[in-house]
Design a protein around this ligand. Sequence first.
Ligand code: ADP
Ligand code: MG
Ligand code: MG
Length: 249
Amino acid sequence: MATLEIRDLHVSVEDKEILRGVDLTVKAGETHAIMGPNGSGKSTLAYAIAGHPKYTVTSGEVLLDGESVLDMPVDERARAGLFLAMQYPVEVPGVSVSNFLRTAVTAVRGEAPKLREFSKEMRSAMAELQIDPAFAQRNLNEGFSGGEKKRHEILQLEMLKPKVAVLDETDSGLDIDALKVVSEGVNRFRSGETGVLLITHYTRILRYVKPDFVHVFAAGRVVEQGGPELAELLETEGYEKFTKAGASA
Ligand code: ADP
Ligand code: MG
Ligand code: MG
């Protein structure tokens, strides 16, 4: 059983402390939502787990199955079973979705899959996710709609089969189409072994995805934890109460 354990994580960006002691454990098959106001450090958590060089871990631990991922280079984190979807995926002209996926699969599995087998695997994953086969030949992220970006994200999940997926959702960019794609994708994965850490600003998505646990983030730490009912409370009452708690902590 895979477990991602974040222990008293402190992270700085350009010498400013953003995360001030985050504790969080995600086990296989669990869906956790991290919710919090803009600027509370949600994306910083995702970047720190991903190993983005701008985000300096000053203390604390991130363990996958008891092993520290913080000493691992980014590709090794992926190989260990972490999947990190970033809020603003970059456009890569001249690289197709298919090329990109094959590279990602190669990195994670440690060897290049045979082209024919890979194509078969990709086609079947795309069919299951009801993605148009022509999508594989599109240039990576070029002109992707919100829904297409999300479909690509879920396709990666399907192909890479990570132990734990960290999904950082945009606070504004998710149209209804994209929202449905993410929800269906997450619901697919949560029924399996994958642990999901879903980072979001709005409670909207939680109407489609029922998390097992909700963590409220304010000023760089978790200030409240609960079950799905906490998301409903946030929807009616907003973050204000928690923002105050975070600021005074
Ligand atoms: P959230 O995702 O919850 O909206 P972020 O993690 O993006 O919050 O940002 C938390 C704080 O860290 C903000 O004050 C933001 O300005 C700062 N921050 C995040 N990333 C950077 C960066 N690359 N450079 C400078 N400041 C940053
Ligand atoms: Mg601390
Ligand atoms: Mg963010």
